[in-house]
Design a protein around this ligand. Structure first.
Ligand SMILES: [Zn+2]
Length: 199
């Protein structure tokens, strides 16, 4: 893999701490009925780069309302899990961003290393080129980028437009930007910010 942090468990631990901060913020807000939110995590088994992932990656933080008659599920946004995708969001960004520059041989190595199906790559490509550009999340953010980001070159074009020098920090910011797309059971504006000092 061409980026060392990709295989580094500390990177995923950092993302986990951000998810914990987001979850704490959501939990503090309580259920829309006024009820208290209790922890009710989902078990997950993300694929690819198993060696870098510890048990913290095996649960998606989530809550259930404790009030009788409500019990509403509330899953906070996440910088790790991109909706129902079985690969972590960081991979969905990085693999797609570097796909352009890869030789056929290197691409095949990547597919084998991450245990990816070619159909998975095709689905991710479609997500970045069609679904993401049409999302409210992107519609709300695209105006921040002048000149406009070329959506036919996503996610690489967007990654290249984020300010920080180091790629690891830029991937984190892009994951943060994508958080509204990672849950359907909570909506609101998050205050959590990415602090690179804590990486
Ligand atoms: Zn409730």
């Amino acid at each position: 893999m061409c980026h060392a942090f990709f295989n580094d468990s500390r990177f995923y631990q950092f993302l986990f701490r951000i998810d914990q901060d987001i979850a704490a913020e959501v939990q503090a807000g309580g259920c829309s009925c006024g009820g208290v939110l209790h922890s009710a995590c989902y078990p997950r088994k993300p694929r690819g780069i198993r060696c870098a992932l510890d048990e913290s990656c095996e649960s998606r933080l989530s809550f259930c309302c404790a009030a009788d008659g409500c019990r509403r599920r509330c899953t906070p946004p996440s910088v790790r899990f991109l909706g129902r995708k079985v690969y972590l969001g960081a991979l969905v960004i990085l693999v797609m961003a570097m796909e352009h520059g890869l030789s056929a041989k290197r691409r095949q190595q990547l597919i084998e290393q991450l245990d990816l199906y070619p159909q998975t790559l095709a689905r991710w490509r479609r997500w970045w080129r069609k679904i993401f550009p049409a999302s409210r999340c992107w519609q709300a953010n695209r105006g921040r980028f002048i000149p406009p980001v070329d959506v036919s070159q996503l996610p690489g074009a967007l990654l290249g437009r984020l300010r920080p020098e180091d790629l690891q920090h830029r991937v984190c910011l892009l994951l943060r930007l994508l958080t509204p797309l990672t849950t359907t059971s909570w909506s609101g504006s998050l205050r959590v910010v990415i602090n690179p000092q804590k990486m």
